[in-house]
Ligand binder design. Structure first.
Ligand code: DAH
Length: 346
């Protein structure tokens, strides 16, 4: 038995040595066959020898031969995988190949774009179409045609970056009203989403660049009731059917009369005097609106005796912040995927 043990140890050593010289699958097979070939392999021959032993010795000897067999099988199969992986064209892979793959992040529309699309879809369903305009505007379109004369104090609220005396980054999407009315005759029903610019220092509720969506409807017989009905339907679809809405008199140079639209505070519903979102008032201002000023219609050669219209404008981030309880407007443009991914549709 001692003798058998020593022989097996030697066979293992010889095998290890032979294996260390193996460079390809063919020579691996050759080495394997010396030990495991069914007819003349070393393991087979050893098992043959065992037959001559007495039964009580045979079991123990069998274990020894088996340990050689296991030794060879394990090392051959390990080397086989290694050789296959290093074949040309097959990239060597580490780790457990049966695990599910790692999925890359393909990206998704930006939260502002998603919210803009939500708004667009509601108006498209009401028969509005989408219009765009330039972000670099002339003083005429941004101000003058909208009834802001050169030294009108309302201009102060819309300070922006000037490229020249006459060219500036648009402060609102309202100039596209003028461009649309110049280009086509009523009936007009458009909404205008897009970027606007103001001279602001970024803080939780202000940015020097943000998105607005403008709306304009011009036709014969349009009244304040149309403005009210359209905006009510829009806001109730965007938020929820039972949403409370109020119209508050206001002023814009390009609308007369003008109204600001407030909706009930989604957070406290007017029940918390210390509410941080609405300041305890129970209301949140959401957009500006009004009947298109007759002077504006005259500026684009539309007869205000025949036609009338309504217009409105709202900030997209501002409204999204309110809808999703986002506390800081700057989050939208910090490109932090932990923020952005919360809005993507998987
Ligand atoms: N342009 C305005 C702003 O940037 C918003 C606005 C108010 C647009 C009233 C309108 C309107 O069309 O009728 O604050």
């Amino acid at each position: 038995m001692k003798d058998l043990k020593a022989r097996i140890e030697k066979l293992k050593r010889d095998f290890d040595k032979a294996l260390s010289g193996v460079k390809d699958e063919k020579s691996l097979q050759e080495v394997r066959n010396i030990y495991l070939s069914r007819k003349r392999g070393a393991v087979k021959l050893l098992f043959e020898e065992l037959k001559a032993l007495k039964p009580e010795k045979r079991a123990q000897a069998g274990q020894l031969v088996n340990s050689l067999k296991k030794h060879v099988v394990a090392k051959v199969s390990r080397l086989k995988v290694k050789l296959a992986a290093s074949k040309p064209g097959v990239r060597a892979r580490k780790g457990d190949l049966t695990l599910p793959g790692v999925r890359g992040y393909w990206g998704a529309p930006h939260p502002v774009v998603l919210f803009q699309q939500k708004i667009e879809n509601i108006f498209i369903a009401m028969g509005f179409s989408i219009e765009e305009g330039p972000e670099i505007e002339t003083d005429y379109y941004n101000f003058e045609a909208l009834n802001f004369p050169p030294h009108h104090p309302a201009r102060d609220d819309w300070d922006t970056l000037y490229i020249s005396d006459d060219l500036l980054l648009r402060t609102h999407t309202s100039p596209v009203q003028i461009r649309a009315m110049e280009r086509r005759k009523p009936p007009i029903r458009i909404i205008v989403p897009g970027k606007v610019y103001r001279r602001e220092t970024p803080d939780p509720t202000h940015l020097p660049m943000f998105y607005q969506v403008e709306g304009l409807a011009v036709d014969k017989g349009i009244t304040f009731a149309d403005l009210k009905g359209t905006l009510e339907h829009f806001l109730k679809t965007l938020f929820y059917e039972k949403l409370k809405i109020r119209f508050r008199p206001s002023f814009f140079p390009f609308t007369e009369p003008s109204a600001e639209v407030d909706i009930e505070c989604l957070v406290c519903k007017g029940k918390n005097e210390q509410c941080r979102v609405c300041g305890g008032s129970g209301w949140k201002e959401i957009l500006g609106s009004g009947m298109v000023d007759p002077q504006v219609l005259k500026n684009v050669n539309i007869d205000p005796e025949q036609y009338s219209g309504f217009a409105f404008g709202m900030g997209i981030e501002r409204t999204a912040m309110f809808a999703y309880q986002i506390p800081d407007m700057r989050y939208f443009f910090e490109n932090d995927l932990r923020f952005n991914r919360q809005f993507s549709i998987k």
